[in-house]
Design a protein around this ligand. Sequence first.
Ligand code: DGT
Ligand code: CA
Ligand code: CA
Length: 591
Amino acid sequence: MGMEVTRVTDEQVAESLEQIAQILQIEGADVFRRRSYERAAEAVRGLGRSLVEIRETEPKGLQSIPGIGEAISKKIEEMLDTGELAYLNEMLEHYPPGFLELLRIPGLGPSRAGLLYHELGIGSVDELEEACVRGQVRELKGMGEKTEQKLLQSIERYWRGMERALLGEVLPRAEALVEMVRALPAVERADFAGSVRRAKETVGDLDLLATARDQAAVCRAFAESGALSAVELSGDTKVSGRLHGGRQMDLRVVEPESYGAALVYFTGSQQHNIRLRERGQSLKLKVNEYGVFRGGKDGPEGERVAGETEESVYAALGLAWIPPELREDRGEIQAAATGELPDLIDIGDIRADLHMHTTASDGRASIAEYAEAAMKRGFTHIGITDHSPALVIARGIGADSLRRQRDEIDALNARYEAEGRDFRVLLGSEADILMDGAVDASAEALEVVDYVIGAIHQGFSQDGERITGRITQALESGVIDILAHPTGRLLLRRDPYAVDISAVIDVAAKHDVALEINASYDRLDLSDVHSRLARERGALLAINTDSHSLGEFDLLRYGVLTARRGWVEAEGVINTWPLPRLQEWLAKRRG
Ligand code: DGT
Ligand code: CA
Ligand code: CA
């Protein structure tokens, strides 16, 4: 297509390496070869720096990464240079396009997928479903009626999961797609809209918007770009289809004078749009995806008064521009009318991450490695919080190990001080809130740590009264400074425990305990709505990544987006405070 090479992300490199490992397994290749690709994928995901940076700055280039040897480093370089990997492309030629998608079905590993393909020619989830229904799968070696039933259930769950995805799975792809659309000839502007732009925690389809004088040319170019695995509609102003992996998406191409109005309309939410239209009616203005027009609801479409930018649309309605994260009809229009929109927290306000796990418990990086990565991000401090002893499965640590961490941290801080670096490490502990509400933090442990994060890791199914009592008792004890992932939900996978979060918020506010917004995009716990409630009731918040490896500081953005959806300002989030202020707060709490 004569287009510039689209840059592959590190995550895409990791996925390609993983695909190679999967195909090697399907082909029954040597287990060591397969493992080397799995290890390489894992290594890429755990890097604190980008592949490009390592390649350019390390004397040994990519081979300086543990787990990446000469052969794989060459392949990664090829991907970084060309956006493609011939070795993988050749492997994939032996299989139908939807084949690797099969591996996303829980319970269907590479060996079974290979068997299904070679024996029954099954090359997609659709075909697998059909074969199960027809009872063909049970005839295969090592499978039976039970396996077939289980597979059908998994497929059903897979289709249901397809309907909504986690924001963190879709947002990076939306950004990459927008970059790609912006690079198409004739495109003037492009953005993603819809629930992804509002940063909703789960999203349905992806809505893309572009503007160009020659709309049809852009539609054609996009339809032919290979971004979609299936093009379902390709018109002069709109292209619809499925992305690789199955997610539905639309690209709409509008005229430049309508771009702002279309961006408002397709960003939504629907309720927000309805409120805007009502406000327009009261001002005798008609608001739609083409612009704002004089003449009111029933009049002929009159003179255009706005439409090219979002700001112009809101201004025509007497409103300040409203950040997309607030557009849920939760009072934002009233606030925009009276100049009372919140000054939302921004990722640049965050100075610290206060929740991460090292190799001492279940993490994969050392204290010093986290510190280096944090300095690169511009943090001024971090807090190390390995698990307490009660959490045996996560290799919780006791007072002896905490003392060793204390020594290590004191030595690091002394070095930073001597070198004049504005950076410090704090020592915390993620202490289990036990079944009876006691906190798993010994007197010896409390002596050496700077703070305690409390969390529930067992007894998720207790009834509301018990689990709420257990948490509030722990907060009232004064031992806990931050309550981690307060409701325990795992998005699309596990419901929150039956906790009365409103009661927890009140107790947290009363005892000056900060409630965490866990930034991991499968948690986002507290949620947007609960975060807002917490701030309204005067409780402090913390936004933490709960990192288990170096790359995970990047999750911070999802925590910040959730806070923004909760109308949260920087002031109420302890991670935005300079270290002295944080220490003062901790001293007061502990004193
Ligand atoms: P999703 O895809 O389920 O995560 O949620 P959205 O918000 O992206 O919804 P979607 O994709 O159905 O539509 C994108 C935006 O387009 C939506 O937020 C508002 C606007 N929109 C769609 N249908 C209607 C409608 O019937 N009335 C109004 N007022 N707006 C609509
Ligand atoms: Ca959508
Ligand atoms: Ca849509």
